[in-house]
Design a protein around this ligand. Structure first.
Ligand SMILES: *[C@@H]1O[C@H](CO)[C@@H](O)[C@H](O)[C@H]1NC(C)=O
Ligand SMILES: *[C@@H]1O[C@H](CO)[C@@H](O)[C@H](O)[C@H]1NC(C)=O
Ligand SMILES: *[C@@H]1O[C@H](CO)[C@@H](O)[C@H](O)[C@H]1NC(C)=O
Ligand SMILES: *[C@@H]1O[C@H](CO)[C@@H](O)[C@H](O)[C@H]1NC(C)=O
Ligand SMILES: *[C@@H]1O[C@H](CO)[C@@H](O)[C@H](O)[C@H]1NC(C)=O
Ligand SMILES: *[C@@H]1O[C@H](CO)[C@@H](O)[C@H](O)[C@H]1NC(C)=O
Ligand SMILES: *[C@@H]1O[C@H](CO)[C@@H](O)[C@H](O)[C@H]1NC(C)=O
Ligand SMILES: *[C@@H]1O[C@H](CO)[C@@H](O)[C@H](O)[C@H]1NC(C)=O
Ligand SMILES: *[C@@H]1O[C@H](CO)[C@@H](O)[C@H](O)[C@H]1NC(C)=O
Length: 748
């Protein structure tokens, strides 16, 4: 039978064809568009099961909804060809202070095994419980496995050794354990290995296992309790051509490690051995380390100098020898670095007994950005100029015996930090220091610099934040209306000749947190505007001047004071309430008068030191000391306080030092004092205290070193319990006329 094709059937065939053509076209087109590759149902279900095992308090996995394509979920990536999940990245960013999410916790469910094509798994810095799951060793396509800081514990499963494609393994900062590294040596593709802070103390011959990794590029094993290398067992090192970064800081390694390194040498770019137990001379094993750019040997006990083999290190950019016992003439050591004179950017030599003059060969290192030579035995003059080191950002020469005039710093347009304190520098501060327009920190304190500082010295220092010129015989010629271009955080002009007026320009410094002007020959008063602007001040030290006037009520202002020291001035008038949260108040040797009643108006639960001695304060002591629970030291001596010793001192369980001597206090000592068991020094001499010397002192105040009760009106006998004060060094009971003589054998 023949088909009779009607126009109707033709059009319907065409319609079908058309539909087929267009849908296939769409489907073929979409194959190239990543977003239209949908994830596989089995893998989506596996991920949803994984999610169920997690505790997700901040809904990190909010996008993991079953009706959505799992390739679009947070932390997931799929192959754009097959749709298989290839990446699971739920790394928790703990270093971002703006991260409001909490880390995931719970268990890592075995359903992940369904993600057979996973090549990237990162769960770092979450908060999992339990072991590293064995099944991870079966995710055979894994190339990168990152589980750092994920609170994992228990033994590392040896199955991880099956991950033959792995090139990144990061297990650092967990509580996991392992007996040996046999499993590790199977990871033949491994390039990046981080096991920092894991405990290697029981691992025998760790260098052997590491040596078997032929592709290793970076090895991070800081704080691993790495045991020492036994040189006899060291075998040929297969990673000798690949290893670039070797970080072994904060272990127990001795100098034998140098010989191991010598054999993996040509490729090494960074070596970190900070805080190990390296002793003796630095061995001369660096000849082959031609690629080395960064070497950190700080915080060891290395002796001698920089060895000759450093002459082959022509790419060195950073050398850190901080805190060793290197005692070479520095000039000679620097000579062995000469091949790096165009590359070296950071040189840290502080805390070694290097000696000799400032090495003149050092100024040839034209790339230097940081130079730290603090706390050595070096002396003599500094170079006339640092012009050749025009890239310097930090120069620190603190605590040496450098003498003579300051160098010429012109041309150091990048200099941010200049620390020259604690030397014997003399002469004046050159005016061109004011041209160092990048300067942020300037410390020339504790020298013998003299002369007059003017506005020119600060002309272009608009970035200055920290200025310390203290302990120099310097004077200032600064207009009170000076408006400096900088905003300082910290200013110290102690023991300089600042006065006689309080420098008004300081009021322009609205960010100031610390101001030191002790012993600065100031005899005026502190302008009220200064106190108004003091809202950022944490530390104020105006001691040892002749400043007069009243001390304002700062408690009503929004102050952040931590320490105020106005000792030895002529402040007068009544004591205002203290700012709340203040910790240290030193107001002794002034002329404050009136009563202490303002004390009860403040809540200062952090007050640690209170010294009001040698003022003209009078009246009864207030009975609100429980508001000052943190008090360690209370000195009210040499005033004219009268009445009883208040019983509210009893709750001050941390008080160590109590001085109330030279007042007019009377009556008996309150028994509550026996709670102040931390007391070491109690001086109540020269008052009118009466009653028996309390017997509870012996058994209660067992930490007492000094007890002075002299010149009072106590009566009765000396309690024998004072003999049970095991630490007592000074007991002064003189001039107590009513005291009965007694068996004072224990006083011997
Ligand atoms: C798949 O993705 C890779 C890497 O993103 C890309 O290089 C490749 O061209 C993509 N292939 C297709 C078919 O889109
Ligand atoms: C994986 O590792 C374990 C333990 O190391 C081993 O017994 C097992 O045979 C390995 N599996 C495969 C597939 O290689
Ligand atoms: C070093 O590698 C070679 C070839 O890749 C291999 O035969 C040898 O066993 C390896 N040595 C060690 C100690 O792993
Ligand atoms: C380092 O320690 C190992 C093992 O305790 C010891 O054999 C070696 O002599 C030590 N080397 C040095 C230089 O102290
Ligand atoms: C490097 O290894 C070889 C072979 O084990 C050894 O003979 C040599 O002494 C080592 N070199 C150094 C500097 O330790
Ligand atoms: C220094 O400051 C002065 C006055 O503010 C200005 O004219 C000059 O350009 C500045 N110089 C540099 C090097 O910044
Ligand atoms: C204030 O400065 C003087 C002299 O520099 C110093 O002795 C004292 O300890 C300083 N006060 C405080 C609280 O640091
Ligand atoms: C005092 O400290 C508390 C807690 O440290 C803080 O909340 C409060 O704001 C502080 N008060 C002042 C006035 O700084
Ligand atoms: C001390 O206070 C008493 C009253 O308690 C008073 O009579 C005496 O004058 C005051 N002494 C001084 C030196 O202020």
């Amino acid at each position: 039978m023949l088909f009779t094709i009607t126009s109707g059937t033709i059009s319907s065939i065409f319609a079908v064809l058309f539909v087929l053509l267009t849908t296939s076209a769409i489907c073929c087109l979409s194959a190239g568009i990543r977003s239209n590759i949908r994830c596989l149902e089995t893998q989506k279900n596996a991920l949803l099961q994984f999610k169920q095992g997690l505790v997700d308090n901040s809904n990190v996995l909010g996008s993991w909804e079953s009706e959505k394509d799992c390739c679009q979920w947070r932390g997931i990536a799929c192959s754009n060809q097959t749709g298989h999940v290839t990446m699971l990245d739920l790394y928790y960013n703990s270093s971002d202070i703006y991260n409001l999410e909490t880390p995931l916790s719970g268990v890592i469910a075995p359903s992940l095994l369904e993600l057979r094509y996973l090549n990237y798994l990162d769960l770092s810095f979450n908060n999992f419980e339990g072991k590293i799951p064995d099944f991870i060793g079966s995710l055979s396509q894994l190339k990168q496995l990152k589980l750092a800081g994920a609170s994992l514990s228990g033994p590392v499963p040896p199955q991880l050794g099956n991950l033959s494609h792995l090139y990144t393994l990061d297990l650092a900062h967990n509580f996991v354990t392992f007996e040996n590294l046999e499993w590790l040596s199977h990871l033949s593709s491994l390039k990046y290995l981080n096991m920092s802070s894991l405990n290697f103390s029981k691992v025998v011959n760790w260098p052997h296992s590491i040596s078997k990794l032929p592709s290793l590029v970076e090895l991070q094993l800081s704080s691993c309790s790495l045991p020492n290398v036994d040189l006899r067992s060291l075998s040929f090192v297969n990673s000798s051509t690949s290893l670039e970064v070797l970080e072994l800081s904060d272990n127990f390694l001795n100098s034998s490690i140098f010989y191991w390194m010598a054999n993996i040498s040509t490729s090494l770019v960074h070596i970190g051995l900070m805080g190990d137990q390296l002793q003796g001379l630095i061995p001369d094993v660096f000849s082959n380390m031609v690629s080395l750019t960064s070497l950190d040997l700080s915080y060891n006990q290395l002796e001698g100098g920089i060895p000759k083999s450093f002459r082959n290190l022509c790419r060195l950019e950073s050398l850190n020898l901080w805190e060793n016992k290197l005692s070479d003439k520095l000039q000679d050591s620097i000579e062995n670095l000469s091949c790096a004179q165009d590359t070296l950017e950071s040189l840290r030599l502080s805390g070694n007994p290097f000696w000799g003059p400032f090495p003149d060969n050092l100024t040839r290192f034209s790339s230097l950005k940081e130079l730290y030579i603090d706390g050595t035995n070096m002396s003599g003059p500094l170079p006339k100029s640092f012009q050749e080191l025009y890239q310097l950002r930090s120069l620190s020469l603190v605590l040496n015996q450098f003498s003579g005039p300051l160098p010429d710093f012109t041309g150091l347009s990048s200099l941010r930090q200049l620390f020259l304190s604690k030397n014997q520098l003399t002469g004046s501060l050159p005016e061109n220091i004011g041209q160092l327009s990048s300067l942020e920190f300037l410390d020339i304190s504790v020298n013998s610099l003299n002369g007059v500082l003017t506005e020119v010295h600060f002309l272009n220092l608009s970035r200055l934040q920290f200025l310390d010129v203290s302990y120099n015989p310097l004077s200032f010629n600064l207009s009170p209306y000076w408006n400096p271009s900088f905003q300082l955080y910290s200013l110290d002009m102690s023991s300089c000749n600042v006065g006689p007026d309080f420098p008004k320009w300081i009021q322009t410094q609205r960010k100031l947190t610390a101001l030191g002007m002790s012993n600065a020959e100031i005899s005026g008063s502190v302008p009220n505007e200064f106190w108004d602007l003091s809202s950022n001040l944490l530390e104020l030290n105006l001691s040892m001047n002749q400043i007069h006037g009243k001390f304002p009520n700062l408690s009503s202002k929004n102050c952040t004071f931590f320490t105020i020291d106005l000792t030895s001035n002529q402040f007068s008038g009544p004591l205002p309430p203290f700012p709340s949260n203040i910790s240290n108040v030193f107001l002794s040797k002034n002329m404050f008068s009136g009563s202490l009643s303002s004390l009860c108006a403040t809540q200062a639960p952090e007050l640690y030191n209170l010294d009001l001695s040698e003022n003209l304060l009078s009246g009864e002591l207030p009975d609100c000391w429980m508001q000052y629970q943190a008090l360690h030291s209370l000195n009210l001596a040499k005033n004219n306080f009268s009445g009883k010793v208040p019983s509210s001192l009893g709750p001050l369980t941390y008080v160590v030092l109590l001085r109330l001597h030279d007042n007019n206090l009377s009556g008996e000592l309150p028994p509550s004092l026996k709670n102040c068991t931390e007391l070491r020094v109690v001086d109540l001499g020269a008052n009118k205290l009466s009653g028996n010397i309390p017997a509870w002192m012996g058994p209660s105040l067992t930490n007492l070193l000094v007890l002075r009760l002299r010149s009072n009106e106590f009566y009765g006998s000396i309690p024998l319990s004072l003999c049970s004060l095991p630490a007592l060094h000074v007991l002064d009971l003189s001039r107590i006329i009513y005291l009965e003589p007694c068996h004072i054998a224990f006083l011997i």
